[in-house]
Design a protein around this ligand. Structure first.
Ligand code: C2E
Ligand code: MG
Ligand code: MG
Length: 708
């Protein structure tokens, strides 16, 4: 495409010559536009965008403007167009001035060579185009460099700063004006984060070796104001087009945020998100460290495995939100109970492990366990609720109980189970026998799972006796496990295992159904029996479908609800008295009788007890058997209390006639115990129903009758 040239001159002859020369140029004609005044020229330039002009040739002496003023006015509109002035040879001074002001060159009037003029025009047009492209490229590069978050600093071959982008200004705290020309190590002070020694700026090394380098890790940049940030960088040499080293450029970025994120990730990997306590992984580390230390110094350490009692119930009844807050509050209290050198960790759920790393003796560990139990005893305010929680703690020690972390945790866990069995809210030291016990539990659990299908369970019945008339009032169903190899197993050995693994639920349902069915059959045979009594475990009692399962057992067997007595232990009822009251009301609404089993062992709140719809209090056998030693103070108090609450009182575990006499004298309504009968099979129980119990009461009656 031809270049368009605007010729501005009032000299017709010059214009004609130039037109001539340019239109017949050897390497292709130019398009010529000719105007004779500055005014016309400016008018034409207004339309430059519509029809661009590639070059201007101007005679500075025009009819309407003369000298440098002509150039200046023209340049306002035409700064992006290359301009050649037409001057006389004597105008050296003016020529120099217009070049200073931005003109590309000058042609001497009267010397318009047909070779030089087109050539000069082509040159300036090309140069202007290159300049323009370079400008755009530079602008783009500057914009890019200033908008990236990486800092960029470059230096000359001596290592003196010749460029800083915005990020570099921000990170070093230096303005370009201040930094320009200064040695790089003055603008970028580098030190090692740990040794605090200064680190040589890698730019010097790059300039020396003419090869790329990285900054040593752990380097921090000291800003102009003295503040610091960790940085990571790379430095590369800069070469000119001939490949000669001209300087170096360093690109670096702030690692502070990355470091903070790395630290956060590491923390998360080792801590429990809910409580921020060390998790199992970190605990293991700490135990291993403590073991290594104890090994060297010959000292000991202790591990406390803590499990909250009945936490699941709080979670289920009050919601996970409350449960989570409680766990956080417990975590805080636990941390307050130990030294800063100890570790409190959460393994998950309601399980915590405390590592006492400088524990000198078992007494120390016991003291800490006691402190924890008493600290947890104070009520927790969670939202609107006042919550009470206890914990069971197992303790294992190094090197006595185990010499590796895993063993210590496992043994402390085993001891914690013992604490649960011992009635919760206590601590137990690990003993090797517990492991035997733990193994036995596992064995029992495995066998329990098949025992139901194999019909290995049977129910024995123990009579409850009216202590005045000697008549059998009720039959307590007591579960027995007839194991093909181990023989008869009593509930104490397998019920806690069945409770722990949940098997008690189907098992309890089976007992309920069997007992109700048996009572109905006895009724059909014409035997007189007020009720059959069935023991209910904590797990069954708290289940949402428990009331339904009782109702269904009654419906299926056709037993009148009033002929079923449910025995629930005092400790189960009191664990969450409010919830218990609701369940008891629902059961009462079915029409069944309710008995508190093992009464006297469960720290009853008497105010609750008076509100529960209870029919029967069963005095725990330990009090009955203690009658001789204690003068029966507790037993007589319970009888009096039951009478005033209009509850029948049954004494459990009557073994001798002395106990019986005492109970009768104190108007205890019913009794149960080996003195009358051990628990017997359903068949033998039917015989008892038929023949009556030959007990001291009947003997007494007979004696009274024969005397009378
Ligand atoms: P419990 O309900 O307090 O039952 C009374 C326990 O005392 C029975 O033990 C009974 O054999 C025993 N006993 C009765 N009279 C005497 C006596 O004069 N002297 C002595 N020393 N003991 C006497 P057993 O059958 O071994 O049951 C123990 C516990 O197991 C029961 O205590 C009850 O809590 C639980 N249990 C038994 N059967 C079941 C069941 O089907 N379901 C549930 N959940 N628990 C059951
Ligand atoms: Mg019972
Ligand atoms: Mg009992």
């Amino acid at each position: 495409m031809s270049n368009r040239v605007l010729i501005i001159t009032g000299n017709t002859s010059d214009a004609a010559t130039l037109e001539d020369v340019l239109e017949s140029a050897q390497d292709g004609p130019f398009l010529i536009e000719w105007v004779t005044s500055l005014a016309q020229a400016l008018q034409r330039l207004e339309a430059h965008n519509k029809q661009p002009i590639d070059a201007i040739m101007v005679d500075l002496d025009l009819p309407d403007s003369q000298g440098l003023a002509t150039f200046d006015k023209l340049f306002v509109l035409a700064s992006s167009i290359p301009i050649l002035t037409l001057s006389t040879l004597e105008d050296d001074q003016q020529t120099w001035e217009v070049i200073q002001r931005g003109a590309q060159g000058c042609l001497s009037k009267g010397h318009f060579s047909s070779y030089l003029v087109p050539q000069s025009l082509r040159n300036i047009i090309q140069r202007k185009a290159v300049e323009e492209a370079l400008f755009v490229e530079k602008a783009r590069a500057a914009l890019t460099l200033n908008s990236i978050s990486d800092a960029v600093i470059s230096t000359d071959i001596q290592g003196n700063v010749d460029y800083l982008n915005s990020a570099a200004k921000q990170m070093t705290g230096w303005l370009f004006e201040d930094a320009q020309g200064l040695p790089i190590d003055q603008v970028m002070r580098l030190v090692n984060v740990t040794t605090r020694e200064s680190v040589a700026n890698p730019i010097f090394k790059v300039l020396k070796d003419d090869a790329c380098k990285l900054l040593a890790s752990g380097t921090v940049l000291v800003r102009r104001d003295g503040s610091e940030s960790a940085i990571e960088d790379s430095v590369a040499p800069i070469h000119d087009s001939a490949g000669h080293l001209k300087g170096a450029v360093m690109v670096f970025h702030d690692m502070t945020a990355t470091h903070a994120m790395t630290e956060k990730m590491a923390h998360l990997a080792q801590h429990d998100a809910l409580t921020n306590l060390p998790n199992r992984a970190l605990l293991n580390d700490r135990i291993n460290q403590a073991i290594a230390l104890a090994e060297r110094s010959g000292s000991s350490l202790a591990l406390l495995f803590l499990d909250l009692d009945n936490f699941k119930h709080i979670n289920d009844s009050l919601g996970h939100g409350v449960g989570d807050h409680l766990l956080q509050a417990v975590a805080l209290r636990l941390s307050d109970c130990v030294r800063s050198s100890d570790t409190v960790s959460r393994l998950g759920g309601d399980e915590f492990v405390v590592l006492l790393s400088e524990s000198q003796s078992a007494e120390d560990a016991a003291r800490t366990a006691e402190k924890i139990l008493s600290t947890l005893a104070a009520s927790f305010s969670i939202g609107q609720q006042q919550l009470h929680i206890t914990a069971s703690i197992g303790i294992s020690t190094y090197p006595n109980d185990a010499t590796v972390a895993e063993g210590l945790i496992k043994n402390a866990d085993t001891a914690m189970y013992r604490a649960k069995e011992e009635g919760r809210n206590n601590y137990q030291f690990f003993h090797q026998e517990m492991n035997i016990h733990a193994v036995e539990r596992q064995l029992i659990e495995a066998h329990l799972r098949t025992a139901m299908e194999n019909s290995e369970f049977i129910i024995h019945y123990q009579p409850k006796i009216d202590l005045q008339s000697g008549k059998i009032t009720s039959a307590e169903a007591l579960l027995r496990w007839q194991h093909p190899a181990w023989g008869m197993i009593l509930p104490a050995r397998f019920i806690p295992v069945a409770e722990a693994c949940g098997l008690i639920v189907p098992l309890g349902r089976w007992v309920l159904l069997q007992a109700c069915g048996q009572a109905k059959r006895w009724e059909n045979c014409g035997y007189q029996l007020d009720s059959v009594a069935v023991n209910i475990s904590a797990l069954e009692f708290r289940r949402k479908d428990f009331v339904d399962s009782v109702e269904s057992a009654l419906r299926v067997t056709g037993l009148d609800p009033k002929n079923l007595q449910l025995e629930i232990t005092e400790s189960v009822l009191m664990r969450d008295a409010q919830a218990s009251a609701t369940i008891l009301q629902q059961l009462k609404a079915l029409g069944v009788e309710l008995a508190v089993d093992d009464f006297g062992t469960g720290y009853s709140s008497l105010s609750y007890l008076s509100q529960f719809p209870i029919d029967v209090l069963k005095i725990d056998q330990s009090f009955v058997q203690d009658i001789h030693n204690s003068n029966g103070i507790i037993v007589s108090a319970v009888i009096a209390m039951g009478n005033s609450l209009k509850q029948r009182v049954i004494a459990e575990g009557i073994e001798d006639s002395g106990q019986l006499d005492f109970l009768r004298t104190h108007h205890c309504s019913e009794g149960q115990g080996f003195l009358f009968s051990r628990p017997v099979s359903a068949h033998d129980f039917a015989n008892l129903l038929r023949s009556g119990i030959s007990s001291p009461i009947n003997t007494l009656h007979q004696a009274a009758r024969s005397l009378g």
